[in-house]
Ligand binder design. Sequence first.
Ligand code: CP
Length: 306
Amino acid sequence: MLLSFQHLTSTKQLSREDTDAILKVAADMENLLEKKSGDDRLKGKVLASLFYEPSTRTRLSFETAMHRLGGDVVTADGFQFSSLYKGETVEDTIVVVGQYVDIIAMRHPEAGSADRAASVSPVPFINAGDGPRQHPTQALLDLYTIQKEVGHIDGLHITMVGDLRYGRTVHSLSFLLGLYKNVKFTLVSPRELTMPEKVTEFYREKGIEYREAESIEEGLNADVLYMTRVQKERFADQSEYERLKLKYILTPKHLVGKKCTIMHPLPRVGEIDPAVDSNPRAAYFREVRNGMITRMALLSMLLGKV
Ligand code: CP
């Protein structure tokens, strides 16, 4: 199955044919995992896992995905343990690493670093998060989760809650959902953390219905309630972060009589009460497993081993 891209830096690159193909291969990967723990289709292939910002899910799921398909992983985490610390550019780092490996996944704090990396990468490059800008593989795993949990994507009503300004996952997911028909957004955030203009402009250009709100109660009748963390690491003024960090806390009381599927890219830092976890519609830990499944699909497709 062919994809329309060699490098994935933004969900704006993806076509509906791409997402249909990725969701289909992801379903095949899920079946594979149910029958056995994986296979050897990526034997002899090596992934470079470059994480210059903290990560638990993205890094470990990329690495596990590679291992489950028989491939190998080399890793660099933290600026201080790489030559970026000595002043080497992202571009030089990627050209160098591309001499060793078959595919690269990179997380970096600077918006736009992924495009710079992809522009010189000699091997397929995947953006694993570039500052506040994009996190395309999170959006793909979110899409897979929505299809599984809600049963449809066309006609979806999604409420996004929290830090819509700095939360890259809601930017990436918005662009991806723009490929589907009649998707509607309710955007709940403090005024300081509203969805950036580049995303709302995209909704308007595409004729996508959206509504901005400040209270979580206004978004509870959606198909999906997508909670997010306030992104502490993006605030220059930590007192501003402290003021805004727990403006929205989802509790079981909010969900009485509601049918929404509850998602969160994680980590959560207080915005979902753990008492919500036992709600059958709390999908955020299933979402995590879907991350590994979706990344197995993407790695195998980009390496031509479907
Ligand atoms: N969802 C997500 O990107 O989590 P990590 O920061 O742990 O990778």
